[in-house]
Design a protein around this ligand. Structure first.
Ligand code: X2X
Length: 335
């Protein structure tokens, strides 16, 4: 009898332990998509977000980062749609990659529109930034915070580029909306759309002559090793990152967890933006030390690029919406 009771108790206890395990296993795991891994500031932004969320939720929420756009088989321009449909829970994504679905994100890709970090901050932190977030929300995804891939610079294997005619006939790898096609065509180049996964092989074989990416990407991905020996620092556009969530996932979280996730995204973004900017001069020096010839544009040379792309600025400004472009101008002027 005693034995029987004891074994019933043991069974009951074992059952309780099982329930506890099941409950703690219910600690929620959410996927985070990124294009670049944590070898790059972009991937580090996502890892920082995960780290902060894990610590602040005492392990209740776990963010698992999936780099290299693997959740969309490398097709980075499908990331936004995949997050909207629920294939991806969360993402730290580029305005370029999401611009095919959210045309307002092309604001950041207008050639030579935002000249420096202060201008970018004025826009992301201003009325235009709020409107861009509203557009993302209207597109079916919840935007949470800003990060930064950086100002994009032009590299190529053929020779120094300091005026538009130097681009004549060069095959340049681009990604994102057709705005990039138009910009490089206006400069006389021969742009070709390609994912990041395909870019390095295409540079290696010489299928393309050039590409454009921030210094951090050029540096970490060792783009110099695939024949890209000329780099023009022209700051033609900045590529902010956006931390965001699938709507249904967001709606399923308590108000407390929503606040936790959003604040952790804001903190991770601020941390990553500061780091990316701090590291720029070291990266430039490292790239130069590897034998890459760096071109900086004089004011007059810069102006020639601005004029050559004016028609793209005008026509895409209209497509994005004149009032959003004006709001961004006002944000920059008020700064
Ligand atoms: O594909 C690129 O060039 C990259 C990595 O910068 C983006 O995802 C926009």
């Amino acid at each position: 009898m005693m034995t029987f009771r004891f074994s019933r108790l043991a069974t009951a206890l074992a059952g309780t332990a099982l329930v506890c395990t099941a409950l703690s296993a219910q600690a929620r795991e959410l996927s985070v998509s990124t294009v670049l891994s944590d070898a790059f500031p972009w991937g580090q932004a996502a890892e920082k977000w995960a780290e902060l969320v894990e610590a602040r939720s005492d392990g209740r929420l776990t963010l698992r980062v999936y780099p290299n756009a693997q959740l969309v088989s490398g097709d980075q321009t499908r990331e936004f749609s995949a997050m909207r449909s629920g294939l991806i829970d969360l993402a730290v994504g580029s305005t370029i990659n999401w611009s095919p679905q959210v045309p307002e994100l092309n604001l950041f890709s207008l050639p030579f529109f935002m000249p420096d970090n202060a201008a970018v901050d004025a826009v992301t932190g201003g009325a235009a930034g709020e409107r861009v977030f509203a557009a993302i929300e209207a597109g079916g995804v919840v935007p949470l915070a800003w990060g930064e891939n950086g100002f994009r610079q032009l590299s190529n294997s053929q020779g120094p580029i300091d005026e538009p005619s130097d681009l004549e006939g060069l095959k340049i790898r681009v990604v994102g909306s057709p705005l990039f096609q138009d910009t490089f065509e206006a400069l006389g180049a021969n742009p070709t759309q390609m994912s990041w996964a395909d870019a390095k092989p295409a540079l290696t074989t010489g299928a393309v002559d050039g590409q454009e990416n921030p210094l951090s990407v050029f540096d970490v991905a060792r783009i110099d090793q695939v024949g890209q020996t000329h780099l023009t620092l022209w700051n033609y556009m900045n590529d902010p990152l956006v931390f965001a969530a699938n709507q249904r996932v967001w709606g399923s979280l308590s108000a407390e967890d929503q606040a936790l996730l959003r604040q952790a995204a804001v903190d991770a973004g601020e941390w990553e933006i500061a780091m990316t900017r701090d590291e720029e001069s070291e990266r430039r020096a490292a790239i130069e030390a590897r034998g890459v010839a760096i071109v900086e544009l004089s004011e007059a040379q810069h102006q020639a690029f601005v004029e050559a792309t004016q028609s793209v600025y005008d026509s895409w400004g209209e497509q994005i919406g004149g009032s959003l472009v004006q709001a961004a101008r006002d944000d920059m002027a008020a700064d």
